[in-house]
Design a protein around this ligand. Structure first.
Ligand code: RP5
Length: 162
């Protein structure tokens, strides 16, 4: 990718099956992404270096997916003033509730915009990241409007239609 504008980070390669949904949404909207495995606790130096050089490389927002005691989004937000979108993942015995609470319950001062657990959250984080770009990019806005129009047109009038 030549000019990625959104970074999609995940704590483990095992998170990709879900986080791919965010990447797919953004690819469909022709928004370039940089996709990385970065763990706040397993690769703290990789994390810090990536975040602190991201803005000068053109990254405008971060989507962070993590499971268990998920702190990837919170630590990312601590390292940058750019928007951070957190996706809690269902990878533990607590079915993602642990990650949801860890991501959403940031103490006042360092915000993380938190989405639903799993695939729906990843899809919505991708759409929300596009909405951020759409504020100043008419092409992304146009494609976002088309995405919604197609979604609306795909809803049948009755449950009996194919
Ligand atoms: C978190 O721990 C990751 O985001 C992942 O969801 C979870 C488990 O990671 P693995 O042990 O599967 O690599 O850091």
């Amino acid at each position: 990718m030549a000019n990625p504008r959104i970074a999609i980070l995940m704590g483990s390669k095992n998170d990709w099956a879900v986080m791919k949904s965010a990447a797919d949404v953004l690819e469909g909207l022709e928004v370039e992404c940089d996709v990385r495995v970065i763990s706040a606790h397993r690769t703290p130096e990789r994390h810090r270096q990536y975040i602190q050089s991201a803005e000068e490389r053109g990254i405008e927002a971060f989507i962070c997916g993590a499971g268990f005691a998920a702190h990837l989004a919170g630590v990312t937000a601590a390292l940058t003033p750019l928007p951070v979108l957190g996706v809690p993942l269902d990878s533990s015995a607590l079915d993602g509730l642990d990650a949801l609470l860890a991501t959403v319950q940031m103490p006042g001062g360092i915000p993380v915009a938190t989405f639903g657990i799993g695939k729906a959250g990843a899809v919505n984080a991708g759409l929300f990241a596009a909405a951020i770009l759409a504020r100043s990019d008419p092409q992304v806005r146009k494609r976002l409007d088309e995405y919604r129009a197609e979604q609306t047109a795909a809803v049948p009038e009755t449950p009996f239609e194919e």
